[in-house]
Design a protein around this ligand. Structure first.
Ligand code: ATP
Length: 934
């Protein structure tokens, strides 16, 4: 990828160039960014901002890999020998079948690869960019030199950039420099007297792929894609991301065992056949064909397809799986720990109450439209006449990084000054958005110069973090007076205040007044309101970079706001569903205990003996004490991110498989150590998304439940086709094995064996991989993480069904041969058709863990089509004259078909009745047990 002209105009390195010159050289505006049109033009020129992919396996190699299998190679050699022995037709047909099988395998693998690729693209990072003066979220791959990007803690730096504003911006650059201590970034130009300085010291540059660990900032993109510093070393870091799931690994081992078993049986079959007078070459070819048919070589590809397609179903339900192995773990989840704000609630905040100087105010209006009034005792209040209220609204507006925009019909956005009632939207934190709306409602009472909030200018910011639970800004008034304006959790804030603005006067904050404030906070929280406190202090002087420990002290408390964040409507039924599925839901929140409890009750999370624990109490508990009570806690309130780790460990120590959500930068360790780490797609940071196994596109709790359901279904489907493929193979092996041991003629010729394998193993097995879930998927306890794939009677089902298929095929063969022992082709055609039909009927049995009668057989239309096409392929080789000599078949009569269908139906029918009886018995005894329990 070539570098942009703009970045080569200067011969000096970017860190030596003064800010004004940077924007000039890059042809951009440091406030409004590029225009959309210019950005598009540049994108055409520079290409996408992404690193080149590692080497891919070319398609032809995938194709030839299909024939690398040991048994297939032996079969090819055997076929070539038979060709030279004069069996031309046989040899060519066998090679053709192997070829078709290879194509099928190739299609399966290519499809699996394509789906995996699509998943990777979905998880690609986003960047916040200002174009045409407007903030927008775009895929990082669309960035071009000159773009103005915003950075905050948790972001990956999306391209190489020159920092133009740093509010304690800290970046961890170990990916490039190996140094894991974060570097404090500055906008200051570095004069290095023309000397080159190392990357780690280029403190006014940000490098693509490094991680923002603290603060906020802005930068202008200087280079993108492969021209960036990381791009230059990209070939060193192209990681191998072919991850196999534990199940895939176990199946690979199983495959090896099956090869050995099939080989042993093949040798026994060959030896027994030859001893009973069969020709060596015929037996050799039959034996090797049998081995090829018996080894389920398609299994790994079908597992990948089932996983990948399942994952795509999850995407349709808004869950993006980042790590394939977690699909299996999802089905085992026994606890879901969820954040409250935005996940269980709507994150559509509206301030409804205010409090100061012992007066409660109500705020009317709903949503983000800034239309409403502030009322006290039912009457509208004039904000301008209440200095405390004015100060509170001023802090709401100034100590705020969100933007309120109004989307017009044309799609254009305008800033807050407009009063149009159309679509209002908040860019940034919804809590802050709600405060902007509140300020705007108050401001509506003023015009022009009267506006009491105007005239302040931001000097610096102490960004919000969930440990401190507050945020401050330093503002300068038109007269040059500096102010620290702070908002945050009341309990945290009140301890940093020494005074209070009470009825217009600043008075000392006595213990009594502090208790009044805290009592009022609880009052508001009890109404499920999210409560935020506001404080300020004038500053004599301010030095950039001063710590929050020295600044956020000796504050003057102003008042509080209470905002509602209604629970998502769909959450209560989802929690009930989890309970039914044996999954415990736990709410973890930084919010007030009483607010959390009120919301938890509304969504049916708190019932009976389960309780609420606060971060403070958690601090006092040992790990053992926590583990002892963890089963009884459903809500953790006022917790910090590091508490999440302890909660996960406590749950895991009780044998739980834990799914845990997180959004902030500090949540990454918890997300990593959870069995299933879940990040928020909308509000989550890049760091959490990268650490996560699952990303929720809509931040919604119900999406987690949907993903768990899909996770269970995917695993069930894998069990279904393993059962189908292996039972079919057991049937194929046994029919040959029994016939040879009993000294019968060959029931199937090699080509027939290969054809059975082709028509039954391919499409029907794939269709089982995308079978819809059984009705009771979410009605039983999660399976154990250590469950064997053959557990819950799967091994028995495979052997018993396989045995019945083998025996019934042999019976049909024997009966036909008994009628006319001179016509071996007739008996072989009956055996061949019975074997295929038995498998095509058995495939419907595999759809249910209970019995074939449990489900509507036509529900999965892919399966119906797969079975019909397999049937057509069998009919072709029986009834098309041209194919009969090749496949050693002959047309079957109605009588033959009657025998075929009865023999083929018996295995499934017998097993079905057995399954239905057992299922009824289990249902009845479960009902009895539950009855007793109740
Ligand atoms: P959850 O953990 O469920 O997402 P939360 O959003 O309340 O809940 P945090 O983001 O950790 O959790 O916030 C903790 C507390 O910090 C909040 O209850 C609130 O009092 C305060 N707070 C939240 N956002 C801000 C903000 N932007 N500025 C100042 N204080 C805030």
């Amino acid at each position: 990828m070539e570098e942009m002209d703009v970045s080569t105009k200067s011969t000096r390195p970017w860190y030596q160039i003064p800010l004004e010159e940077v924007s000039h050289l890059l042809g951009t505006d440091a406030k409004r960014g590029l225009t959309q049109k210019e950005a598009m033009k540049r994108l055409d020129h520079t290409g996408k901002n992404q690193l080149a992919e590692g080497k891919k396996v070319p398609l032809y190699a995938v194709f030839f890999n299909q024939f690398k299998d040991f048994m297939v190679a032996i079969l090819l050699i055997a076929t070539i020998i038979s060709f030279f022995l004069g069996e031309y037709l046989d040899a060519i047909t066998i090679i053709a079948i192997i070829f078709i099988n290879g194509i099928l395998g190739f299609i399966q693998e290519a499809r699996a690869e394509r789906s995996l690729q699509a998943l990777k693209e979905l998880a690609s990072p986003m960047a916040r960019v200002i174009r045409d003066g407007k903030l927008d979220m775009i895929p990082a791959s669309q960035l071009v030199p000159g773009d103005l990007v915003l950075l905050e803690a948790g972001d990956r730096v999306p391209a190489d950039l020159r920092v133009i504003e740093s509010n304690r911006l800290e970046v961890e650059e170990s990916a490039l420099t190996g140094e894991s201590v974060p570097v404090a970034k500055t906008e200051k130009t570095i004069t290095a007297d023309g000397k080159q300085i190392p990357l780690g010291d280029q403190k006014n540059l940000g490098f693509m792929g490094t991680m923002v660990t603290g603060g906020t900032g802005r930068g202008i993109v200087t280079t993108t894609g492969m021209a960036t510093e990381i791009g230059k070393i990209a070939h060193l870091i192209n990681e191998a991301d072919e991850v196999q799931t534990p199940l895939q690994m176990r199946l690979e081992q199983l495959g090896k065992i099956l090869v050995i078993v099939a080989l042993v049986i093949t040798i026994v079959v060959i030896v027994a056949g030859v001893m009973h007078g069969q020709e060596l070459m015929t037996m050799f070819l039959a034996g090797v064909s049998l081995a090829v048919a018996a080894i389920p070589e398609g299994l790994p590809a079908i597992v990948t397809i089932a996983l990948a397609l399942g994952v795509q179903r999850m995407i349709r339900r808004n869950a993006i799986v980042r790590k394939l192995p977690s699909v299996e773990t999802l089905g085992c989840a026994s606890v879901i720990c969820s954040d409250k704000t935005g996940t269980l609630t709507q994150n559509k905040m509206t301030v409804t109450h205010l409090w100061h100087s012992d007066t409660v105010f109500e705020v009317t209006g709903s949503g983000y439209q800034p239309v409403g009034q502030v009322k006290a005792h039912g009457k509208e209040v004039h904000v301008g006449r209440d200095v405390v209220l004015c100060r509170l609204l001023q802090i709401s507006e100034r100590c705020n990084n969100a933007q309120l925009v109004c989307e017009q019909e044309s799609g254009q956005t305008r800033m807050v000054s407009t009063k149009s009632a159309s679509n209002w939207r908040v860019l940034g934190d919804p809590t802050e958005g709600a405060l902007l709306v509140l300020a705007a409602k108050g401001k509506n009472q003023f015009t022009g110069k009267q506006n009491p909030f105007s005239g302040l200018e931001r000097v610096d910011e102490l960004p919000f973090d969930s440990e401190r639970k507050m945020m401050s800004v330093i503002d300068r008034s038109a007269e040059g007076q500096l102010y620290l304006l702070t908002k945050g959790a009341v309990e945290a804030l009140i301890h940093r205040c020494t005074h209070i603005l009470w009825k217009g006067e600043v008075i000392p904050l006595t213990a009594r007044l502090r208790n009044t404030v805290l009592d009022k906070t609880e009052d508001m929280a009890r109404q499920a309101l999210r409560v935020l406190g506001f404080a300020y202090k004038p500053l004599q002087e301010y030095q950039k970079g001063q710590s929050h420990l020295t600044l956020e002290n000796g504050l003057i408390f102003v008042g509080m706001t209470g905002m509602i964040d209604p629970p998502r409507e769909e959450v209560a039924p989802a929690i009930a569903l989890c309970r039914q599925a044996g999954i415990k839901t736990v709410m973890i929140t930084g919010d007030h205990k009483i607010t959390a409890e009120a919301i938890a009750r509304r969504i049916g999370l708190l019932r009976g003996l389960t309780g609420v624990l606060e971060g403070r109490e958690l601090n006092e508990m040992s790990d053992e004490e926590l583990a002892a009570c963890v089963e009884n806690i459903s809500v953790y309130a006022r917790v910090s991110p590091e508490h999440k780790l302890r909660i996960i460990r406590a749950l895991q120590s009780r044998g739980h498989v834990v799914a845990m959500t997180g959004d902030g930068v500090n949540d990454a360790p918890a997300i990593k150590s959870a069995d299933i780490g879940i990040a928020m797609g909308i509000t989550g940071t890049d760091v959490t998304k990268e650490a996560a196994d699952l990303v929720l596109r809509d931040d919604n709790f119900t999406t987690i439940v949907a993903a768990v359901e899909e996770g269970r279904n995917i695993y069930d489907n894998i069990r279904k086709f393993i059962r189908y493929l292996l039972a079919s193979n057991v049937g194929e092996i046994l029919v040959m094995f029994f016939a040879m041991m009993m000294g019968m003629p060959l029931p199937l010729v090699p080509i027939q064996i290969l054809w059975v394998n082709l028509v039954t193993d391919g499409l029907p097995a794939m269709a089982l991989g995308i079978d819809p879930a059984e009705r009771d998927t979410m009605y039983h306890q999660p399976r154990s993480k250590h469950e064997n794939i053959f557990g819950r009677r799967l091994g028995w089902k495979i052997i018993s069904r396989g045995f019945l298929i083998g025996v019934m095929t042999l019976v049909a063969f024997w009966l036909t041969l008994n009628e006319d022992s001179s016509n071996l082709t007739h008996a072989q055609t009956v055996a061949f058709t019975t074997l295929v039909m038995a498998q095509l009927i058995h495939v419907f049995d595999c759809r249910s863990e209970h019995s074939v009668f449990h489900r509507n057989p036509f529900e999965n239309r892919y399966l119906v089509w797969a079975v019909l096409s397999s049937l057509a392929l069998v009919l072709c080789v029986i009834y098309i004259d041209l194919l009969q000599p090749i496949f050693k078949t002959m047309p079957l009569s109605f009588r033959d078909w009657a025998l075929v269908l009865v023999a083929a139906g018996v295995p499934t029918f017998v097993a079905g009745i057995g399954g239905a009886l057992r299922s009824n018995y289990v249902d009845a005894s479960t009902a009895k047990r539950q009855g007793v329990a109740r």
